[in-house]
Design a protein around this ligand. Structure first.
Ligand SMILES: Cc1cc2nc3c(=O)[nH]c(=O)nc-3n(C[C@H](O)[C@H](O)[C@H](O)COP(=O)(O)O)c2cc1C
Length: 187
């Protein structure tokens, strides 16, 4: 699949087939993540491949909705998909120079690097016929303790990974005229 086609046809998938995903396919997808660019090539990302059903149930219990009484729409997907990938970051690497934050964005560059790796992963998965959905609304501290993520690392995001069992509608995007300016920002 061409990159542009993959970018335009990817959708968030929240219903999955139960077919297993073989190790080779998962490795191909993780390999795409590995080749993402990162701050000074620090590669702060780490990935946990979760297949254990009990752990997936526990992960699903950490998901939050937009409000406390609203379920995160990805909850069933995290619970039921054969695989969930949890993306973590080593802190104090991305955005740092000589052990100190190098910009006014402090330590938040790890979010950027992990997002780049995740987007590679998501697009690679889509190009191989698999679906994903970024999950950001969850209790990251609870997940870190559940998955025994060591001190100095944090959990950034997760995605279920498997064969789609739905064809979601296209979510609209803003027009280029609304988001692109030339020479200076125009409000
Ligand atoms: C940083 C980030 C966090 C997200 N968190 C969630 C989430 O917690 N639950 C969920 O169902 N979808 C989540 N999404 C998916 C978005 O809702 C989805 O990408 C957006 O509505 C556009 O739809 P599309 O991916 O099908 O194009 C998240 C997406 C991003 C980029």
């Amino acid at each position: 699949m061409e990159v542009l086609e993959a970018i335009k046809t990817r959708r968030s998938i929240r219903r999955y087939k139960t077919n297993p995903v073989d190790d080779k396919t998962i490795e191909l997808i993780l390999e795409a993540a590995r080749w993402a660019p990162s701050w000074s090539n620090t590669q702060c990302w780490r990935f946990i491949v979760v297949r254990d059903s009990n752990i997936k149930v526990e992960l699903a219990q950490t998901l939050r909705g937009k409000a406390l009484d609203v379920l995160n729409p990805a909850t069933d997907a995290v619970r039921n998909a054969p695989v969930v990938i949890v993306a973590c970051a080593e802190l104090g690497k991305s955005g740092h120079f000589d052990g100190k934050p190098a910009t006014d964005k402090g330590d938040y560059w790890y979010m950027f690097d992990v997002a780049l790796a995740m987007q590679n992963l998501v697009l690679a998965a889509h190009s191989l016929g698999l679906g994903t959905v970024y999950v950001g609304a969850f209790d990251a501290k609870k997940v870190a303790s559940m998955l025994e993520v060591p001190q100095g690392f944090c959990v950034v995001a997760m995605t279920p990974l498997s064969y789609p069992d739905q064809e979601p509608k296209i979510r609209p995007r803003k027009e280029l005229s609304e988001i692109v300016f030339y020479d200076k920002y125009k409000s």
